[in-house]
Design a protein around this ligand. Structure first.
Ligand code: FAD
Length: 552
């Protein structure tokens, strides 16, 4: 059955949420908040989830897109985190096979590498052991020739050997969206573009929030027995709405990535490297015809609404990659797109380097009862959510004596689109029906089993089969589907977080902004003038991101 998740469900959910108090209000629709809402709704608690912008517009769409045990964490002795992350990797591969895909990672070792061959071998044995030897495949050590055979473009000079190990790559923004949609399917009321501007209190206890609808500008109050602050990098700002003098829990750092055409580097595998500039672990990751190079890790003084990668980030990433792929001679003109995000890291006094700040999380309860979850990783969001909802369940029992619901099947029930055994077969079904091969694979990659719903739109209205940009596998039906089933509210929602056209084909996405706005406008009831304003807003955003990385 088709399950709507749209501007209309958003409006209906907001109206219902303002008239009826619920068990739980979750502030923040990044992966953490979406995970909490899903878990709570699955336990049967009445739940509202709001985000000030689009789902995942914060860290959850700006990550390295890895669902990983965290090989580098072994250096810091964070074994518990690696163990938990490895378990979660296995679960996410199962419940969202279209969005989380296993990938082999090559870790080459050169003479001057900070990590030598023996250390790497021992580390990878431990890495496999912490997944109880149930990783997709066990790691494999390679000699110099083995590495060269796998990755001929890699720097040959001083190459000693290396190893291949397994982790997973994911679509972070779509994983977040799928989690929010799953919460909605289980009865949560869910709305994007709704910002919490204040907290409602009764007798010193938090009992809800004042929110602003960023689409209409309206303000209203939402009431709940328990309120959870899951706002990632904005955690401390929301805590200050509760306790103006609260000491910060976080020490966010900024991380940037760049995208370059894959053929400019000439690699096939995902690579784990240590930057020769400062010894930090970094990645060069295949992403379709492109490569993602990341990431930087720098302290910040302020959490901005829209962090941008800058020219210094680009220089660091390109110089680091060039050291491993000297023939590539990457330069800023090769950069197709870039993004930056803030890691919501815990502030642990005494840690000197940003890399040494633990990636673990903390759950804190304020004197007013506001529950805050701080820190964590995309990979571990599901287990973090379960821990938060365990606490919520105890607090709800204290409110009215109801019995504890201890468990939700979040680890076994597939996320929307994840009910699929064989992605290849699904794509072949679409090709048999006449869909272009590349388009069929792209649709299945984006929507999993729900690709059939997009195909249905085309069957009903063949004009929706038209490609938005010639040669790129995104069609008009994508936009319609995203408006009806994925609550796309702006052109940027489509371009940046739901199709990633911005990240791979920035120029073409800019050219297609008016087409997307027209399609979206048809669904959302925009006038022609509004559609053009929306297209221009996206073009302005893309220009701003481009300018920030252009050397002066
Ligand atoms: C550069 C980088 C690389 C990373 N790489 C990886 C990786 O490869 N693997 C991995 O596992 N993890 C990775 N992470 C970490 C991971 O991305 C984050 O831990 C995770 O996405 C945090 O999710 P979150 O929901 O807590 O925060 P966010 O995704 O930032 O969500 C917080 C949300 O709160 C909303 N919000 C804020 N204030 C309000 C308000 N007043 N009212 C309503 N809503 C509000 C925001 O709009 C936002 O959507 C990376 C992070 C970065 C920055």
């Amino acid at each position: 059955m088709e399950h709507a998740f749209s501007a209309a469900t958003r409006r209906a959910d907001l109206d219902a949420a303002t008239t009826q108090a619920v068990d739980l209000l979750v502030i923040g629709g990044g992966v953490t908040g979406a995970g909490i809402a899903r878990d709570a709704a699955m336990r049967g608690y009445s739940t509202v989830l709001v985000d000030a912008g689009d789902f995942g517009r914060g860290a959850s769409s700006r990550s390295s897109r890895l669902i990983h045990g965290g090989l580098r964490y072994l250096e810091h002795g964070w074994l518990r985190l690696v163990f938990e992350s490895s378990r979660e990797r296995a679960i996410l591969l199962r419940i969202a096979p279209h969005l989380v895909r296993p990938a082999p990672f090559l870790f080459p070792v050169h003479a001057a590498s900070r990590v030598g061959r023996w250390t790497l071998g021992a580390g990878l044995w431990l890495y496999d052991a912490l997944s109880l030897f149930r990783n997709v495949h066990a790691h494999r050590s390679l000699g110099r020739t083995g590495v060269r055979r796998l990755e001929p473009a890699l720097r040959d000079q001083d190459l000693k050997g290396g190893a291949v190990y397994w982790d997973a790559q994911c679509d972070d923004a779509r994983l977040t969206l799928a989690t929010a949609r799953s919460a909605h399917r289980h009865g949560a009321r869910v709305a994007n573009y709704v910002a919490v501007t204040g907290l409602e209190k009764a007798s010193g206890r938090v009992r809800g929030a004042v929110v602003e609808d960023r689409v209409t500008g309206e303000r209203c109050a939402l009431h709940a027995h328990v309120v959870v602050n899951a706002t990632g990098p904005w955690t401390d700002a929301v805590r200050r709405l509760d306790e103006p003098s609260a000491a910060p829990l976080l020490r966010p750092t900024k991380g940037s990535h760049v995208v370059v055409p894959r053929q400019r580097i000439g690699h096939t595998e995902a690579l784990t490297l240590t930057s020769p500039l400062d010894g930090r672990v970094m990645f060069v990751l295949p992403w379709g015809d492109h490569s993602i190079i990341g990431t930087t890790d720098t302290d910040i003084t302020e959490v901005l609404d829209e962090p941008l990668a800058d020219a210094a980030d680009i220089t660091y990433l390109l110089r680091s990659a060039n050291a491993y792929f000297p023939n590539a001679r990457l330069n800023p003109d090769d950069v197709v797109a870039a993004w930056a995000g803030y890691r919501p890291l815990l502030d642990v006094p005494g840690t000197t380097s940003t890399a040494a700040v633990p990636r673990e999380h903390r759950i804190v309860e304020g004197a007013s009862g506001l529950i805050t979850i701080a820190g964590g990783k995309l990979t571990t969001y599901r287990s973090m959510a379960a821990e938060v909802v365990d606490l919520v369940a105890r607090r709800l029992r204290a409110v009215d004596g109801r019995s504890l619901v201890r468990h939700a099947a979040t680890g076994t029930e597939p996320l929307p689109g994840g009910e699929v055994a064989d992605l290849g077969l699904l794509a072949r079904d679409l090709t048999d029906e006449g869909f272009d091969d590349g388009l069929a694979r792209a649709l299945v990659g984006r929507y999993g089993s729900e690709a059939a719903a997009v195909a249905n739109l085309v069957r009903r209205e063949p004009a929706l089969g038209e490609w938005i940009v010639p040669g790129l596998p995104v069609i008009a039906a994508d936009v319609v589907h995203q408006a009806r089933r994925e609550m796309a509210m702006t052109v940027a929602d489509v371009m940046i977080r739901r199709t990633h056209l911005y990240h791979t084909h920035t120029g073409q996405a800019t050219d297609a902004a008016s087409t997307v706005a027209r399609l979206l406008g048809r669904e959302l009831g925009w006038s022609e003038a509004t559609a053009e304003e929306q297209a221009q807003a996206y073009r302005d955003e893309a220009t701003r991101m481009r300018r920030a990385i252009t050397p002066r």
